[in-house]
Design a protein around this ligand. Sequence first.
Ligand code: ZN
Length: 146
Amino acid sequence: MDLNTLYRTVIMDNYKNPKNKGLAHTDDYHFVHLNNPSCGDEMNVEIKVEDGVIKDIRQDGHGCSISMSSASVASDLLKGMTLDEALRICNVFFELVQGIDPENEEELGEAIAYTGVRQFPARIKCATLAWKAIEKAIEEVKLNVK
Ligand code: ZN
């Protein structure tokens, strides 16, 4: 199996069997909605934060396989991280799809499968939509920290 086939498998597996799918709709989660008009993707995320750590991430939406699978991968990878670590990993992912190879690709886990998106600029917003939504949720939670 070559690398591109492996990456495609990661994307299709997460599209067909998404992780953390379905919203909690409870007060202990912070909700963010984002959309990607160029492709028609709609993304909802919820994060549950305790003591500066992301205890849970829920995601739901509809759209293309790139955006939906990426929400699954992001929710799985970022869950359990501190807010600052998750923000840092989001930025490593944004750099990845824009063509900058990460210093430590292991910390991106399955998200490394989106390396090829850099060759399709129109799809970058699909790949980053859920990550942007989670980033926004983290920033909003941080602003409200007491
Ligand atoms: Zn899309």
